[in-house]
Each structure stands twice: as structure tokens, then as C-alpha cells.
Design a protein around this ligand. Structure first.
Ligand SMILES: Nc1ncnc2c1ncn2[C@@H]1O[C@H](COP(=O)(O)OP(=O)(O)OP(=O)(O)O)[C@@H](O)[C@H]1O
Length: 253
């Protein structure tokens, strides 16, 4: 499989803190790639570098061969990259469907004059976008909440809704920041199934996750960070058997 994302010599320093140090790895197109590591290992910083929240101190990030290091998240969305956040980014004063529509804005035809005169094309566009968003809610398992207000939904449903919103931009690569955080075991199994369903559509998935059962079950490849550096990488079986990984996790326990 060819590499969709290639990270080389990536570093990020905050004052004197080396949050990410000289990290290199690549993500194969269509794969599920997890990033794990003890607390403070640099996982979130790595995600924020890849998704344009932070500018790298050094190194390169390539998406389909194009350098994307330092590009803004909205520009990256037009290049086919989207993400979810560890803390929910839901607008609670909007409906569930509207939250998904927010993620669709890239694909809406919003020229000023069309919007001003509500030309038929834009009305058609709105109807199609709503239909698309409702379809995504169905896909992530929130179909029965299409008409609900966001503030009436449970945490588990909101986590799925956030994934639906990220999918609304039609990404080719989706980064999920702790998709199972705060979920109960049943909801975690459902998220596991959803991630596999997303990957089966051809979308490349990268995730940061603390739930080892989920990571070991769904990942094609795992990158292990420790103190900002790459400690190990490989298949779940390789990573599980790696003495350095075992030591890092036992040390952190
Ligand atoms: N904006 C920042 N300013 C200063 N230091 C930061 C900043 N963001 C992260 N750090 C530091 O960088 C290191 C890596 O943090 P990061 O949040 O990336 O780790 P993590 O692996 O995601 O941790 P966790 O599993 O707890 O979420 C930590 O020492 C953290 O304190």
C-alpha cells in the first residue's frame, strides 16, 4: 500500500519543553493507524502538528506527497484531511443535524448573490446537504436523533455526532482524538465497529487512543511515543511484544 501521510523528523518545542522530538512515520492509504503512549508522551501535540493547529519547529509532514506542515486546518480540510477533538466541539444551541451541516460548509455553494436572492440552486444545495447530513447520522448510528437538539443527546451519541460532522467534509484521511474516551464498554465496541466501517469506505484513519483493547483490535499499525520520541512501531502483535513498550507502560502504571 502506498503512503498517504509521511511524517519526517518532526519536532515541536514549547519554551524548553520538547513535546515532539524527531518523529518519523508513514501511514498507508486505507489503513487504521493508532498513536499510543503514556500521558504526556506527545500524542496530542503530534495530532495538532499534523492537523495544522501547531506549526512544526522542525521536520516535514506530507499528504499525498505535498508538504502540509503549518497549513491551517481549514486549508487542510480542502486537501481532504479532517479531525475530531478530545473534548467535544459540539454547538449545543443547534440541532444535531445542524452540527453535522457545519462540517459540510466546504461543499456548499455560498456565493453572496446566490445566498442573497435564495436562488433555486442554493435551496437545492441546502436540501441536498441536509439529506447528506441525515445520511451520515444514520451511518454513524445516530439516525433516530436527526430532529433532536444537540443539548438533549447523551455523551456517547455526541461522540458519534462529532464523527458524522468530520465525515461531512468528505475527508480522505480522518484523525480521531480519543474517540473512546468517556465511553462505556458497550459504546466502545460500537465505536470500534464504526471506525472499521469508516475505514471500509476507503477513508484512512489515524487515531490517538488510550483504550488498549480497542487499539489492539482495530489497528493495522501502531506508533508508540514516549517522552516525545518514537519508542516503537509495528503491528499490534509486534508492539504488544516489544520490551521497550512494556517497560514504558509498566513505568507509567
Ligand atoms: N501548548 C503547550 N505549551 C507548553 N507545553 C505543552 C503544550 N502542549 C503540550 N505541552 C507539553 O508537551 C508534552 C506532551 O504533551 P501532549 O499533550 O502532546 O501529550 P499526550 O501524549 O497527548 O498526553 P495525554 O495522553 O495526557 O493527553 C507534555 O509535557 C505537555 O506538558
Amino acid at each position: 500500500m502506498s503512503a498517504m501521510l509521511e511524517v519526517a523528523g518532526l519536532s515541536k518545542t514549547f519554551g524548553g519543553v520538547k513535546a515532539v522530538q524527531d518523529v518519523s512515520f508513514s501511514v498507508a492509504k486505507g489503513s487504521i493507524h493508532s498513536v499510543i503512549g503514556p500521558n504526556g508522551a506527545g500524542k496530542t501535540t503530534l495530532f495538532n502538528l499534523i492537523t495544522g493547529v501547531y506549526t512544526p519547529s522542525a521536520g516535514s509532514i506530507r499528504l499525498d506527497g505535498e508538504e502540509i506542515g503549518g497549513m491551517r486546518p481549514d486549508v487542510l480540510a480542502t486537501r481532504g484531511m479532517n479531525r475530531t477533538f478530545q473534548n467535544l466541539q459540539i454547538c449545543f444551541n443547534m440541532s444535531a443535524l445542524e452540527n453535522v451541516l457545519v462540517g459540510r460548509h466546504l461543499h456548499l455553494d455560498r456565493s453572496f448573490f446566490k445566498a442573497m436572492f435564495r436562488l433555486p440552486a442554493i435551496t437545492r444545495g441546502d436540501a441536498a446537504a441536509r439529506e447528506h447530513a441525515a445520511g451520515l447520522m444514520e451511518f454513524v448510528g445516530c439516525g433516530k436523533h436527526v430532529r433532536a437538539q444537540a443539548n438533549s443527546l447523551s455523551y456517547g451519541v455526541l461522540k458519534r455526532l462529532e464523527i458524522a460532522r468530520a465525515l461531512a467534509a468528505e475527508p480522505r484521511i480522518l484523525l480521531l482524538d480519543e474517540p473512546a474516551a468517556g465511553l462505556n464498554p458497550k459504546e466502545t465496541v460500537e465505536i470500534d465497529e464504526l471506525i472499521q466501517k469508516i475505514a471500509a469506505t476507503g477513508i484512512t484513519v489515524v487515531l490517538v487512543e488510550h483504550d488498549m483493547k480497542l487499539v489492539m483490535h482495530i489497528s493495522d499499525h501502531i506508533l508508540v511515543l514516549d517522552y516525545g520520541r518514537k519508542l516503537a512501531e509495528g503491528t499490534p502483535a509486534e508492539v504488544r511484544a516489544n520490551p521497550d513498550v512494556i517497560a514504558a507502560y509498566l513505568g507509567a502504571a
